[in-house]
Ligand binder design. Structure first.
Ligand SMILES: Nc1ncnc2c1ncn2[C@@H]1O[C@H](COP(=O)(O)OP(=O)(O)OP(=O)(O)O)[C@@H](O)[C@H]1O
Ligand SMILES: [Mg+2]
Length: 398
């Protein structure tokens, strides 16, 4: 079983590279599905597929050769399949608050529903061993980053909030009904949430197991794009996902001699060298700028050849894990490898058995193991690329 995410800034080449990797994996005899979370759904265009072939499939996988499938999630269909009760409650809620019905229906599509739907598929495919390889063509960075936080957030929500909310709805509900028209969530809503959570169970372990899941960040040799890649790198680490390669796409090929491109080529060279330092020791795989768009099977195969050469595209190109809990001199240390982090950007709070790590707009609640959560003192230091959080407590004599 192998899962690879292809993530990066808009337009860097994620869909093309996911497709090329899929072709290679299928040629190796691995049953492969390329899934897209991209609302623009460009996978079908890249493979030159008839639009109605996908429409007929309503967001289910479409087989394009014996071992290769593509799947573009259709959120309206997903709502019909999995989200009915949750969606019904939310649209009723918005509707009673004065919105017209169509708008209420639309608003009731929660941010993250597409992503959760995708997680449901991943979990199903892994548990039922339906595919050997799952490749994820992510939406541009801003949105796909929200996605990586979902499994951890859901787990936290279920452990911390869900039970409380349900009890409140049960006892407060009948009283509140007398005072307000706003509907309170009923038991169907909670049952649906609970079932959903059940279906997601285990997906976070799958995504954070580097033997199964890795991320490849697609970038271009441009300053702004590389900066965003660094940020994405750090956030993926925060959510405990392993990055096994950086893919530098759209490099001007050697044979361009026109003087017009000279400074472009020089700039690209500089950015590539900088990237080598920045991402070291994670390997960088390179792809040239092709003549024209990359459409259709033959061109995608050429892309795969450039990218991987004779290498196995499913191997883990880099193996170090970003997360460790170790005991040193009697104290527990949680070590998070967070390259590009500056100390001033990180904020830590410990709240009973939770550690809340905030970096920029991102927050991760880490549920601490028992032996650590009882410690009262928490210190953190930034040791090179590693955020070293030390937990000390009385019983250690410190
Ligand atoms: N190496 C390359 N040479 C030439 N054209 C390329 C190359 N890589 C990607 N393209 C073209 O650039 C466009 C964007 O590529 P692609 O759709 O793969 O990017 P993306 O990261 O998925 O974009 P989005 O963020 O919009 O989903 C496409 O037209 C694609 O054919
Ligand atoms: Mg795309």
């Amino acid at each position: 079983m192998r899962i690879i995410f292809f993530a990066g800034k808009g337009g860097t080449g994620k869909t093309s590279i996911a497709a090329a990797t899929g072709i290679r994996a299928a040629e190796m005899g691995k049953k492969t599905v390329i899934m897209s979370l991209d609302v623009a759904h460009s996978l079908s265009d890249i493979f030159d597929l008839e639009k109605n072939l996908l429409d007929q499939n309503k967001g289910r996988p479409v087989q394009i050769n014996p071992d290769l499938y593509i799947q573009e999630i259709d959120i309206q269909e997903e709502i019909k399949r999995y989200w009915r009760d949750i969606h019904r409650y939310l649209s009723r809620l918005f509707n009673t608050t004065g919105l017209d019905e169509v708008l209420a229906e639309e608003l009731a599509i929660l941010p993250g529903m597409e992503e959760v739907s995708l997680l449901l598929y991943i979990n199903q495919y892994v548990q039922k061993k339906e595919y050997d390889v799952i490749l994820l063509d992510c939406a541009p960075t801003g949105e796909s980053l929200r996605f990586i936080s979902i499994p951890a957030t859901l787990e936290w929500y279920m452990k911390k909030i869900f039970k409380l909310e349900r009890t409140l709805a049960r006892y407060v509900g009948p009283v509140a009904k007398r005072f307000t028209d706003v509907p309170l969530p009923d038991d169907d809503y909670f049952k649906a949430l609970e079932e959903l959570f059940g279906r997601l169970k285990g997906v976070d372990q799958i995504l954070t197991n580097p033997k199964i899941t890795t991320v490849r960040l697609i970038t271009n040799p441009e300053k702004v794009v590389i900066k965003e890649t660094q940020r994405a790198f750090m956030y993926f680490c925060l959510y405990k996902m392993s990055i096994d390669a950086i893919i530098m796409n759209r490099i001007f090929p050697q044979q361009i001699t026109e003087s017009y491109f000279k400074s472009w080529i020089k700039d690209q060279q500089q950015h590539r060298e900088a990237a080598e330092h920045i991402f070291n020791p994670v390997p960088i795989l390179s792809v040239d700028l092709f003549q024209g768009e990359i459409l259709g099977y033959p061109k995608l195969k050429r892309l795969a050849q450039q990218l991987y050469g004779r290498k196995n595209p499913l191997q883990r190109f880099y193996k170090e894990e970003p997360y460790q809990l170790v005991k040193e001199n009697g104290n527990y240390h949680l070590k998070l490898k967070l390259p590009f982090l500056l100390k001033k950007d990180v904020e830590l709070n410990k709240y009973f058995d939770e550690l809340i790590v905030r970096i920029g707009g991102f927050k991760r609640n880490i549920l601490l193991p028992r032996q650590v959560s009882s410690k009262e003192q928490v210190n953190a230091k930034l040791d090179g690329q590693v955020l070293d959080i030390c937990f000390k407590g009385a019983e250690d004599g410190s």
